[in-house]
Design a protein around this ligand. Structure first.
Ligand SMILES: Nc1nc2c(ncn2[C@@H]2O[C@H](COP(=O)(O)OP(=O)(O)OP(=O)(O)O)[C@@H](O)[C@H]2O)c(=O)[nH]1
Length: 372
């Protein structure tokens, strides 16, 4: 065996270097492929999210795992607190979403404002004082962060905030194409889901008074009866009608009549618990669904409402003071009639409250009549 000459040794060494370089590149390619596959699955999941809660939960739970991050938070611009309020009314539980926050102005998100230029991601070391609003609950050892602007057209709707315990994970020199792409998909999904939820909410509320509408109560009643049957508690329904409302319209006008309707809705609401639901059923009629309330306690609430409406006249914009009273019918679902279809039971309960209301009207108005 001859010893390889110097040239061959050089070639062998080069060969070895190339091989290990190739192995490294292959490993990188496989890693990138796996990251891409995980991100594609994530994109599909967020595009398919049908509710706000589902979308943000997916972002908070899945993104840290697939991107190997220590924390992901979301700040949304919500000047009038509309998103916050509507999502809350649609049942979003903010206690379950500690990494979600809302701000009044886009300027609070901390992106430098350069006239005529869209905001770009800001990457760098984590600074507790500067990043407090984006990371209200930072994990121990947070070192570097990326604040990714969420843009719809040129409008800044929020910021996706990524955090890592690796100080080199986000540095100002790093390319931002990938996170910008991710930010744009998340921004589209957020805008879609928020406008769908807003539409859903508008479809369930009464535009004059801001309380729910009949469609909402019809649905909610069915859900609540099913739950009350399972958990064995009482639910009651109140049917409320403003007395001689035609006279109100005739004397102070339709516009002032609308103001009276709004004020009566507020007075009813003020006497209810958060878990109860108030709807305007049309005209001058309201229906309240009381959760975990038997006939006695529902009647007591009804009488508080009656007294509060009677107590003070409504001051309308025209300067008049309009005195109104309400009549209320109350009914309670005591016997769950488990063998009956829920829809039928729900209709029957509302019809019973309506019958009680009729009695309250025919026996003099400004009174509560209860039927079990
Ligand atoms: N201002 C205003 N009035 C409404 C609205 N919807 C219905 N009304 C009026 O509500 C009045 C209801 O009158 P009635 O059903 O005759 O009942 P009432 O005068 O309240 O008499 P009782 O219920 O028997 O005490 C009518 O004059 C309707 O025009 C509304 O959105 N705004």
């Amino acid at each position: 065996m001859h010893e390889p000459d110097a040239h061959t040794r050089e070639l062998m060494l080069e060969n070895e270097t190339l091989r290990s370089r190739m192995a490294y590149l292959l490993e990188q390619a496989e890693r990138n492929h796996s990251i891409m596959t995980r991100h594609q699955a994530f994109d599909l999941k967020i595009v398919g999210a049908s509710t706000f809660q589902e979308l943000v939960t997916t972002i908070f739970q899945t993104l840290p795992v697939i991107s190997e991050l220590d924390i992901v938070t979301l700040s949304l611009v919500d000047p009038e607190a509309d998103i916050y309020t509507v999502m809350h009314k649609l049942g979003v539980d903010y206690e379950e979403l500690p990494h979600l926050s809302f701000c009044e102005h886009a300027s609070e998100l901390g992106f430098p404002h350069i006239e005529g230029r869209r905001p770009r991601p800001v990457l760098g070391p984590y600074a507790p004082s500067r990043h407090k609003a984006m990371f209200p609950h930072p994990p121990e050892g947070l070192q570097s962060v990326a604040l990714v602007p969420l843009l719809r057209n040129t409008r800044l709707i929020g910021s996706l905030n990524l955090g890592s315990s690796d100080p080199n994970r986000f540095t100002p020199a790093l390319g931002t194409d990938f996170i910008e792409h991710m930010g744009s998909i998340i921004a589209i999904c957020l805008e879609n889901v928020i406008s769908n939820e807003m539409l859903k909410f508008i479809g369930l509320t009464d535009s004059l008074t801001g309380v729910y509408n009949r469609r909402y109560i019809d649905r909610r009643l069915v859900e609540e009866i099913a739950r009350a049957r399972r958990q064995d508690y009482r639910i009651s329904v109140m049917y409320i009608d403003i007395d001689h409302f035609k006279q109100v319209n005739d004397t102070v006008g339709h516009q002032a009549g609308d103001e009276v309707l709004r004020e009566v809705a507020q007075r009813i609401k003020a006497e209810l618990r958060i878990s109860d639901a108030l709807a305007r059923f049309g005209g001058e009629e309201f229906v309240v669904l009381l959760i975990d309330a038997d006939l006695e306690s529902a009647s007591a609430v009804a009488d508080r409402i009656r007294a509060s409406v009677e107590a003070q006249p409504v001051d309308v914009a025209a300067g008049e003071h309009v005195s109104v009273t309400v009549s209320i019918g109350v009914a309670t679902l005591d016997d769950f009639e488990r063998d009956h279809a829920i829809e039928g039971v729900a209709q029957e309960l509302v019809a019973q409250a309506d019958t009680a209301l009729y009695r309250a009207k025919s026996t003099g108005r400004n009174r509560v009549v209860s039927l079990s």
